[in-house]
Design a binder for this molecule. Structure first.
Ligand code: GLA
Length: 382
């Protein structure tokens, strides 16, 4: 991603010299739908990024320009509220968090754009929220920490984009570290970096290029189903406040009292949390095969028990699982479309990609996209 165009557009529109910020998308090795259950996740920031050019203005207006869409947006500072322009809401939502935290607001100009594909489950929205939160911190000289910015970005998503997301995406994009994944405890927010050296393997993302409508409504339904499980189980142990605290054996003992759908959701989350721990230990021992096997299991759970996959993701998963050149594969992110993440033999990367492209487009009529990604540093100045 090159920020020259962004600077050029900024100078053309606003005749001013901007501050430059970059903010990455993320992958998640394993630990899906565990973040809002106070569990563990294992994401990393990637070299697909949004870049921002930002400066204060003296006209008391928020003036934004989305370079990729060639669209502009304006709102008076005193009118700050949710708008009908969905992309602008990510920025406005962040401004609203600064306002809540007591910072004096002035007009701000911003041009942004990047190469994170939209709706692909690579957290372009978290990258936008984080990048703008970071830029505002700089231009307001606000003493806010990374954790505070992450929480502001997450709140922006809840309050202005209407998605009740967990904390993984914003956390990964903000705290990413080159060549490392982040094992995050979503309850305490303690985290550890794990060096990702995949030896003869690479991470390939395959984009289904579909995003089913169900995504956000089903996401909120899954949250509710998990909470129902917690309410039943906490009668037996009042230390239980989230599925993070529930063991598989306790779940089994009370199986009869739980609706079968809720039971399946809980079983998936409990097992997925255990898989994150196992994946982290496997990587510490350089055991990529075990990591891969856990990824396969994760997909099967997301498909059969958590019910957030779709036929396009399952097709990509089946093709990957069948291949001798892939040691791990699964759908990634919220589900119902977006990408699969695959650990593929470096020397077979092209053969694998060609095969997938051919078969997937033949069966679905849709061209998939394939990205080879590198793990990078989190949000920061350029
Ligand atoms: C989306 C949400 C995250 C997380 C994942 C599923 O990406 O934004 O908080 O819940 O889905 O793991």
């Amino acid at each position: 991603m090159n920020s020259n165009q962004i600077v050029k557009k900024f100078e053309e529109l606003f005749k001013n010299e901007p501050l430059l910020v970059r903010s990455p998308g993320r992958i998640n090795l394993i630990g899906e739908h565990t973040d809002y259950n106070d569990g563990f996740v294992f994401p990393a920031a990637i070299d697909k990024e949004i870049h921002f050019a930002v400066a204060k203005n003296k006209v008391n207006i928020f003036r934004f320009y989305a370079l990729d869409l060639h669209e502009s947006f304006e709102m008076k500072v005193e009118d700050l509220s949710k708008s009908d322009t969905s992309w602008a809401n990510y920025l406005l939502g962040v401004v609203a968090q600064y306002k809540k935290a007591g910072y004096e607001l002035e007009g701000v100009d911003c041009v942004f754009g990047g190469d994170i594909p939209l709706g692909a489950g690579l957290s372009s929205s978290a990258a936008i929220e984080n990048g703008f939160a970071f830029a505002l911190k700089e231009i307001l000289k606000a003493p806010v920490s990374k954790i505070q910015m992450i929480k502001m970005a997450q709140k922006a998503e809840h309050e202005y984009a209407g998605v009740m997301c967990g904390i993984m995406d914003q956390f990964a994009s903000m705290t990413g570290k080159k060549d490392h994944a982040i094992k995050l405890d979503c309850r305490s927010l303690d985290f550890e970096y794990a060096n990702i050296d995949l030896h003869d393997y690479v991470i390939l993302l395959v984009n289904t290029n579909v995003k089913h409508e169900l995504a956000s409504s089903e996401y909120n339904t899954r949250r509710a189903e998990c909470e129902t499980g917690v309410q039943i189980l906490q009668k037996y142990d009042n230390n239980i406040t989230a599925l993070r605290d529930v063991s598989l054996s306790l779940l089994q003992v009370h199986r009869e009292e739980i609706d079968p759908i809720v039971y399946k959701r809980c079983k998936f989350v409990i097992k997925e949390n255990l898989r994150v721990e196992d994946a982290f230990s496997a990587l510490e021992k350089n055991d990529i095969k075990t990591l891969g096997a856990l990824m396969f299991q994760s997909h099967e759970g997301l498909r059969d028990d958590y019910d957030v996959s779709c036929k396009e993701l399952d097709l990509l998963f089946d093709m990957a699982k069948r291949s001798d050149d892939v040691i791990g594969s699964r759908m990634m992110g919220g589900g119902f479309g977006g990408c699969t993440i695959n650990i593929v033999k470096k020397e077979k990367m092209n053969t694998f990609s060609e095969g997938i492209k051919k078969e997937y487009s033949m069966i679905t009529g849709i061209e998939p996209e394939i990205y080879s990604v590198k793990i990078t540093d989190g949000t920061g100045l350029i």
